[in-house]
Design a protein around this ligand. Sequence first.
Ligand code: AMP
Ligand code: FE
Ligand code: FE
Ligand code: ZN
Length: 293
Amino acid sequence: MRIDLHTHSDRSDGTESPDRLVRRAHREGIDVLGLTDHDTTEGWDEAVCAARDVGLTLVRGIEVSCTFAGYGVHLLAYLPDPTYPPLVDELQRVLDGRNARLPATLDKLRRLGIEIDEDDVCEVAGETAAKGRPHVADALVGLGVVADRDEAFERYLGSRGPAYVHRYAADLETMIGTVRTAGGVSVLAHPWARRHDHSALDESGLARLRDQGLAGIEVDHEDHSPAARARLREIAGRLGLVVTGSSDNHGAGKSGHELGCNSTSPDQLQRLEDLAGEASAASGRRTPGVVRA
Ligand code: AMP
Ligand code: FE
Ligand code: FE
Ligand code: ZN
C-alpha cells in the first residue's frame, strides 16, 4: 500500500490541477492520496470527481498556516466539515492575510529594483485561492530574475530575505480545537523541518498539543533528517501520537518531493480514520468521508 497524505494542487502552490494530480497519483501507483492545499478546500470537489473516475482512495485535507510560540507551523487538518463556520472564518482570515501580503512583497521587490506587478503574479498563480511566495517566485523566474523557486526564496523571499513580509496565521492550539469540533483530525506537518524554528515543538510542547487534541505528527518527510525521524518516532510512540509519512508534493514546484517518496502505514491511516470518526460523531457535523477506490 502506498499512502501519501500530504500534497498540493494549483489551488494553492502546487503546479497542477487537482484533476491532474489525482490522475498522476493513480498512474504512479499511489493507493491513497491526501490533498492538502494551503488554507483552502477549493480543490476538493474536483479531486473527488477524478478519484471516483480513476478509482483512487482520496482523503480530503487542508494544510493550515498556524503560529505556535511565535513561529510559523503547518497543521494538516483531515476530514473536517468545510462549512463549519469557525473554520471557514479562520481560513478566510488567513487568506486575507495572504492577499494583503502580496502588494507589500511587491513593494519591497520594487525598492530592490525589481519591477514586478500584481498581474504578473496573478497570471502564474492561475486558479489559486491561496496566493503565496511560491507564486511570486514563479513570477521572478518568468522575468528571468532567478532560475527557480529555491533561488527566489534564498535571495529574496525566505524569512531572512530582503523581500520577506510577515502575514497572519491561525493560533495553532485554537486551530487544533477548531478542527476537532469541525469533526476532523489534526496532524502536525513536518514539525522539525530544517527551515522552521522548532524549539517549542520538543517533547513537552508536543505533549501539550496532544492534550489539546493533536492526533499525529508527520515524521517521514524529506525536510527531516534520518536522526530527526528516529527521535520523532520515539516521541510519537511515547505520546501515543499517530505517525504519518508523506511527500508534500508540489508538482513541478518543488524538487525532491516525488509522490510516494514517503508513505504512511495502513494501520496509522486507520487510526486517523477512527479518530476522525469519533470527532465527527461528537461534533454532529456532516464531514467528508474518505472517498474509497
Ligand atoms: P507562503 O505560504 O506564501 O508563506 O510560502 C510558503 C511556502 O513556500 C511553503 O509552504 C512551501 O511550499 C514553499 N517554500 C518555502 N521555502 C521554499 C523554497 N526554498 N523553495 C521552494 N518553495 C519553498
Ligand atoms: Fe507549499
Ligand atoms: Fe508545509
Ligand atoms: Zn505542504
